[in-house]
Design a protein around this ligand. Structure first.
Ligand code: GDP
Ligand code: MG
Length: 497
């Protein structure tokens, strides 16, 4: 889905004139991609109409004035309208649950058998454990033979405390006892895995309700298999009625799942997606955030997803991270050195193709949409580039690699004697100087300095690649800055989710 919409967007950036036809063309591609990904037809139609409305209004408003919009501005209006409406599709705009430390937060999982409940429970438990929550798992699936062993195995691998029984057959009793015992042991997060059936049947729903009554969850999460396509809408509705869940965990978004069904489910139940599963491993979990998700889909990078990943690694060295954040908070720069450090942290996490997609500008650069090898090569090159930088360069914001294109040649031309006289007597001279300085602050064409050539040579890359690196760094540093401040990044790095 992402690749097709991404392609449509790049197409828009190539058309010379952003007229109605170009807008329609883009919308058509975007909608076709959505439909093909199993997004509900009505939703797609709605999106199309809304975007058209917004775009028409903004492009043509004020008659004459609108004709003065540059093509670049028109392009931005169209892209932003599509971006905003896509975000609206997957963002029901409700506050999501966040566990608090120092109290028992009970999270119950529901969903059909095979949707990925047990796997996702463990992923989430590990996720919270990594963030400093004392977390335990309860297996209340007595329906499927071997369910407890599966959970036990997963939990043991991750060093997660678990509760379950081979002999007890009443899921309600186990759930109640498990939660009670973890509560007594002062656990912060208690996750309850329940059974599923192959179908949505009365018996399953009754059991769900009873377990819910026994454990009184603070949060109920429905697990939705992304590969079920259009069926997602009906399934999410049925579960919503039986067990009023507050969040959705979409699984199997790796592989070939089209994911559009998840979007339809959100729209149908007005329930937010909280997490997504991207593989069978316990670390293949991502916090879902609508805006970054869409911007990643459109090839604009996913900085907060990236920061989540960084945060995981930083848990091993929280002091260092705090130091950097403090520096930025106090108005310091996010230097190339800081970016290098984050980048090498990121690289230790893998899989690289997924991570590269989160780096603005890097995902798009990878031709095939990214395999691990190519992503690894690109990221290694970035590190090589920083290896060839001096201390001063690393501690900078990169601006010393760029020099404004000189326009002074005319003035400096060794002049006839009269030139000096004119300059000193005429009032025109200082004012033109002023203009010059002003112009520099606005848009002055820049060129790479000899530094860039030196770094390229030293790192076995090209000046072009050094330039790309610096551009990416600039995007990241801009975003880090904008995320900074007490309300932003800092908080996110400290609390979970
Ligand atoms: P449950 O019956 O709902 O508890 O489902 P399980 O947790 O047992 O998962 C069913 C299958 O889906 C297992 O083979 C899991 O490894 C697989 N699975 C779960 N989540 C994901 C995911 O995000 N990606 C992929 N590729 N497989 C997953
Ligand atoms: Mg299970």
């Amino acid at each position: 889905l992402g690749r097709r919409i991404n392609a449509a967007f790049s197409e828009l950036s190539r058309v010379p004139v952003v007229d109605d036809a170009a807008v329609d063309g883009l919308l058509k591609s975007v909608c076709a991609a959505l439909l093909e990904s199993d997004v509900n037809v009505k939703l797609v139609q709605g999106l199309r109409n809304n975007v058209r409305g917004t775009v028409k209004e903004q492009l043509n408003e004020g008659g004459d004035k609108a004709t003065r919009l540059t093509e670049g501005q028109r392009r931005n209006i169209v892209q932003k309208a599509i971006f905003d409406h896509l975000v609206q599709l997957i963002d029901p705009g409700v506050e999501t649950f966040k566990p608090k430390k120092g109290k028992a937060n009970v999270i119950m999982f529901v969903g059909l058998q095979g949707s990925g409940k047990t796997t996702s429970c463990t992923k989430l438990a590990l996720y919270y454990q990594k963030r400093g929550f004392k977390t335990g798992l309860v297996c209340a699936d007595t329906f499927r033979a071997g369910a407890f062993d599966q959970l036990k195995q997963n939990a043991a691998k991750a060093n997660l405390p678990f509760y379950g029984s081979h002999t007890e057959t009443d899921p309600v009793a186990i759930a109640g006892a498990g939660v009670a015992s973890f509560k007594q042991a002062k656990f912060d997060v208690i996750i309850v895995d329940t059974s599923g059936r192959h179908k949505q049947e009365g018996e399953l729903f009754r059991e769900m309700v009873e377990i819910g009554e026994a454990v009184t969850p603070d949060q109920t999460i429905m697990v939705l298999d992304a590969s079920i396509g259009q069926a997602a809408e009906g399934q999410s509705r049925a579960f919503k009625e039986a067990a009023d869940y507050g969040g959705i965990f979409v699984t199997k978004l790796d592989g070939h799942a089209k994911g559009g069904g998840a979007i339809s489910a959100v729209a149908a139940t007005k329930t937010p997606i909280l997490f997504i599963g991207l593989g069978e491993h316990m670390t293949d979990i991502e916090v879902f955030r609508p805006q970054p998700f869409i911007s990643k889909m459109l090839g604009m990078g996913d900085i907060s997803g990236l920061m989540d990943k960084v945060q995981e690694v930083q848990m091993a060295n929280p002091e260092r991270q705090q130091e950097m954040l403090k520096k930025i908070e106090q108005g310091g720069i996010f230097s190339i050195r800081d970016w290098r450090e984050q980048l090498s942290n990121i690289m230790s996490m893998g899989p690289l193709s997924k991570l590269a997609g989160m780096i603005p500008g890097l995902g798009q650069m990878m031709s095939g949409g990214g395999n691990d090898e190519e992503a690894g090569r690109k990221m290694k090159k970035m590190i090589f580039i920083t290896d060839s930088m001096t201390r001063e360069e690393l501690d900078s914001d990169g601006s010393l690699f760029f020099a404004p294109v000189s326009r002074k040649k005319k003035e400096k031309k060794p002049d006839e004697a009269g030139g000096k006289q004119v300059a000193s007597t005429s009032t025109a001279a200082p004012s033109s100087k002023e203009k010059d300085a002003k112009g520099k602050k606005e848009k002055v064409p820049v060129r790479m300095t000899a530094r860039a050539r030196r770094v390229a040579k030293g790192s076995g890359t090209s000046v072009r690649e050094v330039e790309e690196f610096l551009m990416q760094y600039r995007m990241i540093s801009k975003m880090v800055k904008s995320m900074g401040g007490k309300a932003g990044w800092m908080k996110r790095m400290q609390g979970a989710k």
